[in-house]
Design a protein around this ligand. Structure first.
Ligand SMILES: [Zn+2]
Length: 284
């Protein structure tokens, strides 16, 4: 994931000011659940311990198998060819629910950074999705994508491989897609990427407002939502791209387990739950 250029857009929050006023006092949003946040952190830490190197290829395929083993019965692993070799996405469809969205996290690490384990970048949201699948009945499809990280520079043959594969194969039909990335940062300050779908971004921002969480619409980001947007899907990217001083922990050996927190992952879970509640009332 990277930022193509520092471009700011008018915030969806400002566009929805009237709606926000109309919603004032609507309440009903469930606050962050500390136990769920801890479960998400525990899953993330277990992934890091088992598979600190998840760079695309044999290492990420091994991590994919580990993820599938942590999910409830019925998880599927799909391998596919890529310029990085054979990669593997993992998905899980909870039985007996009518999904309102696809939740996406990449799990791979970026190659070529000594000591990089991707605690926040890759592991944190993977742990979050595993915990949501194990401990909630949220109406979603879960998708864990491989090969998000580019080797040199994002392009047609570099990066976002798992999400391109999922988008091309129509994963989730026409369901909206919500990508989660770097949301374990203990200093929680996420954005919805400005190049996501405007209406879906607005729903996420309204959910954040309902929970009084500090989420805003920010700059464009190259991340796993892009292939779905390109396919004509409603897709958004929730990401905390403010990781350490001047984002200095990003893609470095400083992206370590002690810098992610259960509290942040609990907030992310609450944001997703509220977003899904709102999505069941309107189509973005
Ligand atoms: Zn990354």
């Amino acid at each position: 994931m990277t930022v193509p250029r520092p471009r700011l857009r008018a915030t969806a929050a400002s566009l929805l000011a009237g709606a926000a006023l109309a919603c004032c006092g609507c309440g009903g949003a469930s606050p962050p659940d500390p136990a769920l946040g801890q479960a998400a952190l525990d899953e993330a830490l277990a992934l890091i311990e088992a598979h600190p190197d998840r760079a695309a290829g044999p290492a990420s395929r091994a991590a994919a198998a580990w993820i599938a083993s942590r999910l409830p019965e019925g998880a599927k692993t799909e391998t596919f060819p890529s310029p990085r070799g054979t990669l593997a996405n993992v998905s899980y469809a909870p039985p007996g629910v009518s999904p309102a969205a696809v939740l996406v996290s990449h799990f791979d690490t970026k190659v070529g950074i000594p000591g990089f384990v991707g605690a926040n970048d890759g592991a944190s949201t993977t742990g979050l999705l595993i915990a949501l699948a194990r401990h909630t009945d949220l109406p979603v499809l879960y998708l864990f994508v491989d090969g998000e990280e580019c080797v040199a520079e994002y392009g047609a043959d570099d990066g976002l491989h798992g999400s391109w594969h999922a988008a091309r194969t129509g994963f989730g039909g026409d369901l909206p897609v919500i990508v989660l990335d770097m949301l374990g940062d203990a200093d929680w300050n996420p954005i919805v990427a400005g190049n996501g779908s405007a209406r879906l971004n607005a729903v996420i921002l309204r959910a954040a407002d309902d929970l009084e969480l500090p989420v805003r619409e920010g700059h464009a980001v190259i991340d796993d939502h892009i292939p779905f947007v390109a396919a004509g899907r409603a897709a958004a990217d929730i990401i905390d791209f403010d990781y350490g001083p001047a984002n200095g922990y990003w893609h470095t050996a400083a992206d370590t387990p002690e810098r992610i927190s259960a509290d942040s992952l609990a907030k992310a879970a609450a944001l997703i739950r509220r977003t899904l509640e709102l999505l069941t009332k309107e189509t973005p």
